[in-house]
Design a protein around this ligand. Structure first.
Ligand SMILES: Nc1ncnc2c1ncn2[C@@H]1O[C@H](COP(=O)(O)OP(=O)(O)O)[C@@H](O)[C@H]1O
Ligand SMILES: [Mg+2]
Length: 303
């Protein structure tokens, strides 16, 4: 089992400075300016919402990721980065038990959510997915009206309250209300890609989650729509916790507080599995990482 605090202890600044050249004014391609705002933020006590320890996921017995241990805090944006196939989506799906729906997938180790074992037999996966929403790479609205897309989850769950208010609140939180309030009954497919993705985010918000998982939510969007989603994420952080998988290093640097870097490691038995290399504050990962593999990835030398 991996000690979830190991990465943080390994990474005490004095050790880094003893073993490495000083903080890089580096050539890291995300640029100092992107990270500037983070530097001045006072350190807040982190309240873990998920605690992962010794997590291993296999598909039909073949291990895809192993030895994953870190924690995800409330009101933070946590980025999962690393090369294709290192297990980012696999790990993300563990956090709302979506892997339960993948035939042959098994999850070992411990994932605590609010201090409770997420995989305990007493936990209802449907309730979990209501509390922990998910947004995918390609916007996937239902072929229904904007209104019905948002109302769908609350109706299925039998949520109490005025549906018009539930819909308006979710669309406001999704930064979409002003753009769509006059066409709520029109089909969601008439919206732009960026609007559709904000609709999908608003749809997850309608069931009152506390975590939103996003798997490369902007990779199908243009830069302006991407900027709107990033702004929205920063707003949503006030109220929710967000875990985002992204291939875009600038995006991870711009929006996330903490970053976990994964890689694909060649095991002794010849198999390749995903492993976490390091987990730390985003600023550290991008300017003064502990591990040379992280540095090579964030500077674009590999990956
Ligand atoms: N549904 C699945 N069935 C079998 N193998 C899978 C499945 N999903 C992912 N994998 C395998 O697990 C590993 C990690 O994949 P994935 O989590 O998609 O990585 P990433 O999101 O980092 O690109 C890969 O080797 C991939 O082939
Ligand atoms: Mg993926």
């Amino acid at each position: 089992m991996t000690d979830p605090h190991r990465q943080r202890e390994d990474d005490r600044p004095e050790e880094r400075q003893a073993s490495r050249p000083g903080p890089a004014e580096t050539s890291l391609d995300v640029g100092a300016a992107t990270l500037e705002g983070k530097r001045s933020q006072p350190a807040k006590p982190r309240k873990p919402i998920f605690e992962l320890s010794g997590v291993e996921v296999a598909y039909s017995g073949k291990v895809a990721v192993r030895d994953i241990g870190f924690d995800i805090a409330m009101n933070e944006i946590t980025a999962l980065i690393g090369p294709s196939g290192c297990g980012k989506s696999t790990l993300l799906r563990c956090l709302n038990r979506m892997n339960d729906l993948v035939p042959g997938a098994t999850v070992d180790g411990t994932i605590n959510y609010h201090g409770q074992d997420l995989y305990a037999s007493t936990i209802d996966p449907v309730e979990v997915r209501k509390r922990i929403g998910m947004v995918f790479q390609k916007p996937n609205p239902f072929p229904k009206s904007i209104y019905d897309n948002i109302a769908f989850g609350p109706r299925v769950l039998g949520m109490k309250g005025d549906m018009d208010e539930i819909v308006e609140r979710a669309l406001r939180r999704g930064a979409l209300w002003d753009e769509v309030k006059d066409r709520l009954k029109t089909n969601a497919f008439g919206m732009s890609g960026g609007q559709q993705q904000r609709l999908c985010i608003a749809r997850t918000l309608a069931t009152d989650p506390d975590v939103i998982l996003m798997d490369e939510p902007c990779s199908a969007l243009d830069p302006i729509s991407t900027g709107k989603i990033e702004d929205l994420m920063l707003e949503l952080r006030e109220r929710y916790s967000i875990v985002i998988v992204t291939h875009n290093m600038q995006q991870a640097a711009r929006v996330s507080d903490m970053t976990a870097f994964f890689t694909v490691a060649l095991e002794d038995d010849g198999h390749r599995t995903g492993r976490m290399v390091e987990f730390d504050e985003t600023q550290t990962i991008f300017t003064n990482p502990n591990d040379e593999r992280t540095e090579a990835y964030v500077t674009g030398k590999v990956g």
